[in-house]
Structure formats: C-alpha cells, structure tokens
Ligand binder design. Sequence first.
Ligand SMILES: O=C(O)CCC(=O)C(=O)O
Ligand SMILES: [Fe+2]
Length: 448
Amino acid sequence: MEAFLSKKRPRRSAATQVIRRQPLPKDLDSNEEDTSTDFKLATLASLHPNVDQAALLDLLISAEGSLDAVTEILFASRGDGSSRKRSATGTGYQSSLAAFRRPGDSQSAKRRALTRKGQTLHLYTPEDILAHTPCSIIHNFLPTQQADNLLKELLEEAPTFESQTFKLFDNVVQSPHTACFYVDGLEEQKRQKTEYLYNGSFLEDIRQITPQMRAVSATVQTAVNEEIAKRIKSHYPDGKKLNYQSPHEWIPNAAFVNCYKGGAESVGYHSDQLTYLGPRAVIGSLSLGVAREFRVRKIVARDDEEHARSKDQRANAEGQVAIHLPHNSLLVMHAEMQEEWKHSIHPTPVIDPHPIAGNKRINVTYRYYRESFHPRYTPRCKCGVATVLRCVQRKKENKGRYMWMCHAGNTPAKEGCSFFQWAEFDDDGEPPWVKKPEYSVDEKTGQN
Ligand SMILES: O=C(O)CCC(=O)C(=O)O
Ligand SMILES: [Fe+2]
C-alpha cells in the first residue's frame, strides 16, 4: 500500500485519502486479508481500464478488500448479463423472497438459499427483517414532531463533524462520511477524553448529548429492551439469552452520530468494536432524513468445510441483505450481530431528497458502555496501553473466541506490540475481574 500511496494519483477523492490524524473508534480493518492492496488495485485496474483508480479504491474499501465483490459490482453496473442489473433508484428494487426459495426446501435450506452471489436481497417489512437478519426494525418510531426536532438539532451539529478514520490493511484511511461521539454529561465527557482509547488514541471531539438526544434516549431504551426480550423468546435456543449476552437491562449511555451527505457517502463493511460494550452487545440505531440501504452479510469461516470447495459457494453463503432504513426508523442490532455479521451503508447513485434534511441522512447509534469494560480494568499490553477486544470471526478452529490485543500500532507513526491474550467471560459476559474484591459494589451496578 505504501508503494501505491507514493505514486501520483490523479483525481483522488478526499474520501479515499490516507490521513494522519486522530482515529475514531471503528473496527473496519480487514483482519485477515493477505493480499496487498497494491496488488488488488493493479488487478482491478487491468480488468477495468476505464474506471478511475480512486473509484476502484472506494469500491475495494466498501467491498472490504474482496476482488470478486468489486468485479461483480462493476460487471453488474454495466448490465452485461453476468449478474442481475442494479437498480438506479436510491433504495433499491423490491426482491420477492419467494424468488430466493426453492420448493420443498427444509427450513434451514431455505435460509441458506436466501442470498446468492451477485444478488442482494432487499428487505422492507419488519417481519422479513426479523426472520432473515440479526436485526429488528420499528418504523415511525418517534412521534413525527420529535423525530423532526431531533433531525433539525443534529443537522445543525453535523457540519462540524469529521470524517471517520479506520484501518484498511496496514493503513489508516478516511471513511467517506462524517461522525461524532456523544456522551451524557460533563463528567463522562472528561472521562471519555482521558480514559478511553480508540484505535490506540484518545478522541478529541467528544460532545455532550443534546437535549433532544437525551429525551429520545429514554424511548430508545424502552424499545430496545422490549425488542431484546422478544428476540430471546422467538429466536434463541430454548427461548434463553445467548451465552455471554448480558441478562441486565440495556442502558444507552453513549451515541455515535453519523452523517451521510449525498448518495456517495457511505461506510464500508465492518463490525463494531466490542471493547467497551462487552461480548454479544446490542446497539439501537435511529435513522433520520434520507432513506438509505443498510447492508448486512454473514461472516463465513474461511476453513468451513461446507463452503471450502469454491469461492462462489462461500460468497453464496455470505450473500448480502439490504435493509431499507427510512426516516424515523429504529433498527436494533441484536446480540448475534457484531460477532457473526458485518454491516455497511451502501453508496447509491440516486437518493430521494428529504423535506428537512435535503440530501443528508443522520444516524444515531445508541450504545451501552459497560462499567466492567472500563479501560481501568481491561488488560494492558506491553506498551502500557489498555487493549482492544476482538472476536475470531473467520478462522474456524477458534471462531467465536474473544481476545485482548494491542492496538497502539493503529495510531499513525506509532509502533504497537505483539500482546495477545484470550478473553474469558462468565455466561453473562462479565470479565473475571468483577469477582475480585477490588471491584466495588457500586461499579457492579454501573454507578460510580
Ligand atoms: O449509519 C448507519 O446506519 C450505521 C453506522 C455504523 O455502522 C456505525 O456507526 O458503526
Ligand atoms: Fe457499525
């Protein structure tokens, strides 16, 4: 990648520039990619000589480094018959679920057949989303006036948001959208600035939640807890919460606000960081303004025998599903999401302007930062820095295991160390230190 970056690249968009500044807490690195970005870009350039290199890099980022996926998108957009032609509308075409089912399929086979390489399954109804993704959605979530007021308030904040940074292969790159982190109250704002590390650095721009955000947060809390209870009952084995999932109430105490201006702004496939949320985290994500496609893809283990035979079979198994997120919808990402799926906001050539937001989409992801995952407790690496929590997603032998790792090297110009430690949790996802005498009763309740 360095070699590529040092080459002169005409018309390179700001969205793809490698930057050297404060990273935001995204976990967008493609952990286990082995082929260099230089090589991938050279391959793509030779396959698609008429496409600008900056556009190819953008596509490579949103396809999470997959050459196959980029080529598929480019052929599909040319409509040469190798794939289903892509829609020119902002929110995609309606696919009938029946088209993805085969007569006589068993229930599990039906689920496997739902997504196919080169095809995106578009889901609109809460029932379909609940049945085929690890998410649930509530349309028209807030009273109209409250949703509009929150949107207006955040549209005033958004022009001062900064581009996200994330790790792609060995480089910190800029995500093509802007965002800002909000917490509740002055004390928490101070704590966040000085105690919580993101990709090995402290965040500079942390803001206190706005009055509208605070009011909405209580409504989100009630709805998310109800959705969690419903999901446990209807989807999980024996109607019991997942192992490592917290049995306690979900309390939103932090939020990322994302802004996507125009259809080209997007975020590539990623899983959210679990470092301060703990395993099996739930996230409540409120969409305002322009409707966009939220795409989700199941992660399939690289050495999974069922899919090892061909790349195509693996791509089929991963597939992708587009969930349509209209104004004033609350999407709940359930406990199985971050460990087993990746998500993205897909770029689109056309959007339907929103009467208040114009070409912008505002998204608030409410999160629960758990006291037991405060960096004062989590393992430190040899650099003396609190480590990052990751889950093995692709290697079959350790799939689903958690690990603490050094992330100091994610700060540009800083070297990290090789620190690695398997992370242990009890059935409720609590780390071992909560049982130590030093861990006070107050902290167990999340109050300090
Ligand atoms: O904009 C969205 O809906 C998703 C944003 C997201 O993935 C994130 O903040 O981690
Ligand atoms: Fe995310």
